[in-house]
Each structure stands twice: as structure tokens, then as C-alpha cells.
Design a protein around this ligand. Structure first.
Ligand SMILES: Cc1cc2nc3c(=O)[nH]c(=O)nc-3n(C[C@H](O)[C@H](O)[C@H](O)COP(=O)(O)OP(=O)(O)OC[C@H]3O[C@@H](n4cnc5c(N)ncnc54)[C@H](O)[C@@H]3O)c2cc1C
Length: 291
């Protein structure tokens, strides 16, 4: 039987209380959100915090709302809430596409958006979706808060800019007219982590792409994105030929590793093909189409 090491437990009653507890117990304390990643890691002794700060009581971090031209998502919002949110689906269909294929309903009911991002698994679906949308992450400290672009949030596998003593509190995505977005994933079976996945967000003026975001996961893409493909897309016509070239660029710029989910060349092929499919669907949605 896998049993975690002895750990102290504290239940936070507010964001300020959670931050005080983090300051009190120092770098060996860890935040407990849904626990779907942290608890298995503790059982395997890959994580051995001295104190768990449980933030499940922080109802004020569980929300999805449109404020001042942004979709705002509290860090304690569960995957299932994001999937249920009409506002999220209306403005950013990519989030619903991605949530439909994150794990299974049990994980989605309790796993949180903040926990997924802070876990920083290199195969995390939402990291690619938020990278495509160029979201911003709000991080609270005892001294106030700071905002970090999604692309600066992850500093490496299982590492983020959230320092000991800090708390991710929200994700904010600017809503701009003329946009469409989509997410495409290939997994070995339903509910599994991706072999590879790609997200696309495009903004159109007529048939011209004025702005684009490409998110990639599980393929070793820098910052879960493809800056080179985005640069190529900006100002280009929204055509099949453009999408094909963008897919080629995205595939060239990622660095997948061969593992139990497949060989590197297969993942590279998927990165390109899934980018093309996501772009095609994102552009259709930007033009007002569905599906
Ligand atoms: C069976 C299974 C299948 C899965 N499949 C997929 C999949 O297909 N795709 C996918 O993307 N994910 C998948 N996941 C991952 C799942 O989405 C995450 O494990 C889960 O949502 C993480 O969120 P959590 O709330 O459980 O985080 P926790 O496990 O509680 O925390 C994870 C880490 O983040 C830290 N943390 C949490 N919240 C905060 C915060 N607000 N501020 C600072 N630090 C914080 C914790 O200290 C910990 O280090 C799967 C997980 C399981 C168990």
C-alpha cells in the first residue's frame, strides 16, 4: 500500500489566511486544492510537504465571470464548472473543447483549474489552451498581487513562477471581437493524458488573420506555444494553405520525447496535424460557424 509520509494539516478560511499560513509554515508547506495530483505524488513520496494548507474552503476563489471585457476564472474553480460555464463556451470554445477531454468526470468534479496550472505537468491540457488564448495569471502574496502572462507562468516541467508563500488566485482572458478558438487532442484512450494536443485562437478581419495564438502540449513546445507559427499567421489569409504551413512550422519548432505514449516523430506529426485541425475549426467559429 502506498501511504504518504506524516504531514501537518491546516484549513485556510480566506485567501489572506492561506497566505499567512504559507508564510508561517515556510517553503516546506504546500497548498492542497483538488489533491488529484498532489496526493498521488505524496503517496509515491515524490512530494513530501511538512504541512498541507487546504484551500478547498475558499469559496471566493471559485467563480467564472465576465468583468470589464475579461473572462475571469477563480483558481479553485473545478474543471466541471468550467465545462458547465455558458460564458466560457460562448467566448472561448477552446476551453470547453479541452475540458471535455481532461481526464474523466471524477477528476473533473474535484480537480481545479489553479491546481492543474500549478502542477505544471508538461502534458497539461489547460496550459496549452490558456497559452493559445494569451491568458494572464493573477498571483497573490501577503504584499498584494501581480499578474503574469500565461507564457511566462511555467518555468519548466513541474515548475512555475508561483514562489513559496504565494497563491495563484485567478486566470483572466481578454475578450476581443472577431475571434474563434478550438482544441484538438489525441490520447491513447478516453480520459487519458494527451499523446499530443494543440489549441488555436484566431481573430479575423474579413478573411485576414489579425491575431493568432497556438498552444501545444505534450510535445516539448517552449511555453506551451508556437511563437513562430503565430508570427506566420498574423496578417495571412485564413486559408487551408496558411493552416498547413502553420502546422508545419509548429511541428518543426516542438521537441517531443519518445516515451510510452509514442515515438517522437509520431508526436511531431500530431503536433502539425492537430494545429491544422484546430486552426480550421477556430477560423470556422470566428466566422460564426459552429462545431
Ligand atoms: C486519473 C487522472 C487523469 C488525468 N488526466 C488528465 C488529462 O487528460 N489532462 C490534463 O490536463 N490533466 C489530467 N489530469 C490532471 C488533473 O487535471 C489535475 O491533477 C488536477 O486537476 C490538478 O488539480 P488539483 O486541484 O487536483 O491540484 P492539487 O493536486 O491539489 O495540486 C497540484 C499542485 O498545485 C499546487 N496548487 C494547487 N492550487 C494552487 C494554487 N491556487 N496556488 C498555488 N499552488 C497551487 C499544489 O500545491 C500542488 O503542488 C489527470 C489527473 C488524474 C488523477
Amino acid at each position: 500500500m502506498q501511504v504518504p509520509a506524516y504531514v501537518e494539516y491546516e484549513k485556510a478560511t480566506s485567501v489572506q489566511h492561506a497566505l499567512s499560513l504559507l508564510a508561517k509554515f515556510g517553503p516546506e508547506a504546500k497548498v492542497l486544492a483538488g489533491g488529484h495530483s498532489l496526493i498521488p505524488m505524496m503517496k509515491l513520496r515524490l512530494a513530501q510537504p511538512e504541512t498541507l494548507i487546504d484551500i478547498n474552503g475558499l469559496a471566493d476563489l471559485s467563480y467564472l465571470t465576465v468583468v470589464r471585457g475579461e473572462l475571469r476564472i477563480g483558481a479553485m474553480t473545478r474543471h466541471a464548472q468550467l465545462l458547465d460555464s455558458a460564458a466560457a463556451g460562448q467566448h472561448f470554445a477552446i476551453l470547453h473543447d479541452a475540458e471535455r477531454v481532461v481526464a474523466d468526470p471524477i477528476v473533473r468534479l474535484w480537480g481545479t483549474i489553479g491546481g492543474s496550472l500549478c502542477q505544471a505537468d508538461p502534458s497539461e491540457d489547460l496550459s496549452a489552451a490558456f497559452a493559445a488564448l494569451k491568458a494572464n495569471m493573477v498571483i497573490a502574496t501577503l504584499d498584494g498581487e501581480r499578474t503574469v502572462p500565461a507564457r511566462d507562468f511555467h518555468t519548466g516541467p513541474y515548475e512555475t513562477v508561483v514562489a513559496p508563500g504565494e497563491l495563484l488566485t485567478a486566470i483572466r482572458i481578454p475578450i476581443r471581437p472577431g475571434g474563434g478558438s478550438a482544441y484538438e487532442k489525441v490520447g491513447r484512450r478516453v480520459g487519458d493524458w494527451p499523446v499530443a494536443a494543440a489549441g488555436a485562437a484566431v481573430w479575423l478581419d474579413g478573411d485576414t488573420i489579425t491575431e493568432a495564438g497556438i498552444g501545444l502540449t505534450a510535445v516539448g513546445a517552449e511555453h506551451f506555444s508556437s511563437a513562430a507559427a503565430e508570427e506566420f499567421l498574423r496578417g495571412a489569409p485564413a486559408t487551408e494553405a496558411t493552416f498547413a504551413r502553420a502546422g508545419q512550422i509548429a511541428a518543426e519548432h516542438c521537441r517531443p520525447a519518445s516515451d510510452q505514449r509514442g515515438p517522437a516523430d509520431y508526436k511531431r506529426h500530431l503536433a502539425g496535424e492537430l494545429t491544422i485541425r484546430a486552426l480550421r475549426r477556430a477560423a470556422r467559429r470566428a466566422r460564426g460557424g459552429s462545431g
